[in-house]
Design a protein around this ligand. Structure first.
Ligand code: NAG
Ligand code: NAG
Length: 444
């Protein structure tokens, strides 16, 4: 193309494309407020929407458990290849790390989890799980589709990004500590902040919720063996009864939260396992108990752990038993999910620009856990909920339930929130770095 022709087409281009969001320059801080609505509009277009729906349904039909997400990971890579997005693979067995933008700092990460649950699906529909005993009952199929949706929209605007967006597809969120393994594999290298979303069946579609500070509890598990001395039930004085000792241990464990914890600092100790004895007239040698403990603050969680150990061994000793307590070497130990305050501000602005302030809700903290917390131990992170509920479409069941159903209308919201958060983070970091440069030069 000759130069004059080029200038001519450039002028035409400028005249036709009045929408600055479609211009070729980088995103600027003046247009940040328009981006969320624009991205939502783009992802609601039939072409993008049904593409996400297709991915989600494909994953839904073929659910894979933690660290077995080989096919899921393959689908993700295939889509990234089609989009022309570069990635690293494998990390932590099946994990994928995509990169969009300049390849230079700042780096901001968006995370989706890939694994399903060992649940038999009870929803009868065309795209029901084809794998017996396995089901996407926590919406991770939708999480993956939404992150790919974000990838598509970001890739379309890659020349306008002032930094790099890292797409983090992780294995094993459901109790496997996949996040920890991704970090060990270097997934957070250079990354300054990370966002993740979770679908929420209790929140209407078109609404989001979250909060700064503790959002989800940290959790741990314990198992204890209480050893006595077995014998005939009719002559208890010749035995050391571990059943009675274990019963008192369980009652004493309840005192930790009710008598030792600050009532305004929510905590839970639950014994969910009690195994011992097999006959009406025999005192057994030992009893095994086990359970979980939860807290919204890290210090409270480690205090619970310490006191559970002390209470079990001491209370068992009161009744002449010995006890061993196993915390599984901190495997299964999840820190609380604590949202960064600055990222909360950023999220509130983006979500309000997209949905209006009345659709941006303050979430109550929950005592469930998320392995997203592991990322937040390393860098500032932010987790938020995206609503699924639409009563006119009927009940969709709740998460981890065999009747759980994702309302696919959520997909554009999640995709565009992901993409808008990343873009806005990069813009704000760019502005901040400029300011820092300026003060730095002033100092010189
Ligand atoms: C996106 O925006 C265009 C133009 O502003 C509008 O005509 C279209 O209906 C919007 N699409 C959706 C899905 O909202
Ligand atoms: C809820 O579902 C109805 C019926 O399918 C649909 O018309 C409506 O747009 C949905 N609402 C939202 C907010 O997506």
């Amino acid at each position: 193309m000759g130069f004059s022709k080029w200038v001519f087409s450039f002028l035409i281009f400028q005249c036709i494309v009045v929408n600055f969001l479609q211009s070729e320059s980088t995103f600027t801080s003046n247009e940040v407020e328009e981006i969320p609505k624009y991205f939502l509009n783009q992802t609601q277009k039939a072409e993008v929407f049904y593409w996400m729906v297709g991915i989600r349904r494909k994953l839904h039909e073929n659910p894979e458990l933690g660290f077995e997400e080989f096919e899921t990971s393959r689908v993700i890579r295939e889509e990234l290849d089609k989009l022309g997005v570069k990635y690293k693979y494998p990390l932590a067995v099946t994990g994928v790390l995509g990169f969009i933008g300049t390849g230079e700092p700042p780096f901001v990460a968006l995370r989706a989890d890939m694994d399903a649950l060992p649940i038999e699906e009870m929803v009868e529909w065309e795209h029901k799980s084809k794998v017996p005993g396995k089901m996407h009952a926590c919406g991770h199929d939708a999480h993956v589709a939404m992150l790919l949706g974000a990838a598509r929209i970001l890739q379309e605007h890659r020349h306008k990004l002032q930094g790099t967006v890292v797409l983090l597809f992780q294995p094993g969120e459901e109790g496997y500590g996949g996040a920890k393994r991704m970090i060990e594999a270097g997934a957070l290298e250079n990354v300054e902040a990370i966002f993740a979303l979770h679908v929420n069946s209790g929140l209407p579609v078109g609404q989001v919720s979250s909060r700064p500070g503790p959002l989800l509890a940290g959790s741990g598990f314990f198992e204890a063996v209480i050893n006595g001395k077995g014998g005939h039930a009719a002559i208890p004085h010749h035995s050391v009864d571990p059943i009675l000792a274990a019963s008192n241990v369980i009652v004493s464990l309840q005192h930790i939260v009710s008598r030792e914890a600050d009532p305004l600092d929510s905590q839970v100790v639950t014994v969910g396992k009690f195994q011992g004895g097999g006959a009406f007239n025999v005192i057994p040698d030992s009893v095994t108990i086990g359970g979980t403990f939860r807290a919204l603050l890290k210090e409270s969680l480690s205090r619970l752990k310490q006191r559970i150990g002390e209470v079990i061994t001491s209370q068992a000793a009161v009744q002449r038993c010995t006890a061993t307590v196993d915390f599984f070497d901190g495997e299964n130990f999840y820190p609380p999910t604590i949202n960064d305050e600055n990222l909360h501000e950023l999220f509130s602005k983006v979500a309000t620009d997209m949905l209006g302030s009345r659709n941006v809700k303050e979430a109550k903290p929950l005592t469930g856990s998320e392995d997203f917390a592991f990322y937040q131990e390393v860098i500032p992170g932010y987790l938020f909920f995206v609503g699924l509920k639409n009563e006119t479409r009927g009940n969709t069941g709740s998460e981890h339930n065999p009747k759980f159903m994702v309302n696919e209308d959520v997909l554009p919201y999640g995709a565009s929130l992901h993409a808008s958060l990343a873009v806005r983070y990069l813009i704000e970091m760019g502005v901040k770095n400029l300011e820092q440069d300026r003060t730095h030069h002033d100092e010189l």
